[in-house]
Design a protein around this ligand. Structure first.
Ligand code: FES
Length: 102
């Protein structure tokens, strides 16, 4: 089977990264050292909110957790919970609000 490579651009930090098709976002955020933070990792705290600037169609489907947590208009506007998202082929551009942790 052919595997695809997705290109993720973390706009907030100006970091670009390539991942294999189907990789959960949370799995490589640590590796690339972006400032996007995670809390519960289960879709209930909202710490990991990201806005998909481009490439909404290149991410995994919206989960029930995201439907519970996010407002329909936010989902419509491209907002997702980073811990719920898997990246598929193509280009994805993400941005988020920087949270001061220190
Ligand atoms: S880390 Fe809590 S909702 Fe994603």
């Amino acid at each position: 089977m052919e595997s695809f490579v997705a290109h993720v651009y973390f706009k907030t930090d100006n970091i670009a990264h390539e991942v294999e098709d189907g990789t959960p976002l949370i799995d490589f955020c640590d590796e690339v050292d972006v400032s996007l933070s995670f809390g519960c990792t289960e879709g209930t705290c909202g710490v990991c909110e990201v806005t998909v600037v481009e490439g909404k169609e290149n991410l995994s489907r919206i989960t029930e957790e995201e439907k519970d947590y996010l407002l329909p208009e936010d989902l419509e506007g491209g907002m997702r919970l980073g811990c719920q998202v898997k990246v598929r082929k193509g280009e994805v551009v993400l941005s988020w609000k920087k949270v001061k942790t220190k």
